[in-house]
Design a protein around this ligand. Structure first.
Ligand SMILES: Nc1c(NC[C@H](O)[C@H](O)[C@H](O)CO)[nH]c(=O)[nH]c1=O
Ligand SMILES: CC(=O)[C@@H](O)COP(=O)(O)O
Length: 163
């Protein structure tokens, strides 16, 4: 999709499962809190919109996106009735290669956790060149990646339940 047409919150083209039967965790990174807070609100509102009960949404905060991998693993170890884990973060390029290491670690890490537990772990992490790109994708002109992550969690939970 061309960037200028990107809308992370437009799901008119697809059907979204009813979430009333699912229990979902949200792990959110505290780095770039003004961005990740918007991602979290988007995910929470979307899960609620599609029927997930408040008592079935478990939320935790971690220091940074790098810690999302261990958070997802701990959640799935301790709460084996979880149907999915949504990982939310915002990594913004700085002056060094640290950005690359964090992005690679969290993308590969949560993939491994998802396979380890045979449970959907959703990559809701913004990896942007600058603050404005993050703002645009956390409730701005390109929608909210938190919405996208919540929809993905519902779809994958439904897939696991019916495959
Ligand atoms: N620079 C960003 C970070 N850095 C912190 C790491 O995620 C991690 O907490 C630290 O390396 C200790 O293990 N985290 C983000 O989420 N976003 C950034 O832009
Ligand atoms: C992605 C980061 O860790 C980054 O914000 C840190 O900035 P720098 O690469 O200039 O140390």
């Amino acid at each position: 999709m061309a960037t200028q047409l990107k809308n992370l919150s437009d799901f008119s083209h697809t059907t979204v499962p009813n979430g009333s039967a699912y229990k979902i965790a949200i792990a959110v990174a505290e780095w770039n809190a003004e961005i990740t807070g918007s991602l979290y609100n988007g995910a929470l509102e979307t899960l609620t919109k599609y029927g997930v009960a408040q008592e079935n949404i478990l939320s935790i905060a971690v220091p940074g996106s790098f810690e999302l991998t261990s958070a997802a693993d701990l959640l799935l170890q301790k709460h084996q009735d979880l149907d999915a884990v949504i990982c939310l973060g915002c990594v913004i390029q700085g002056d060094t290669k640290h950005f690359d290491f964090i992005c690679d670690a969290v993308a590969n890490g949560i993939t491994q956790v998802s396979v380890k537990h045979s449970k959907p772990v959703i990559f809701g992490v913004l990896t942007t060149n600058n603050q404005q790109q993050a703002i645009d994708r956390a409730g701005g002109k390109h929608g909210n990646k938190g919405d996208e992550a919540a929809i993905t969690a519902l779809k994958m939970a439904e897939l696991k339940a019916t495959v």
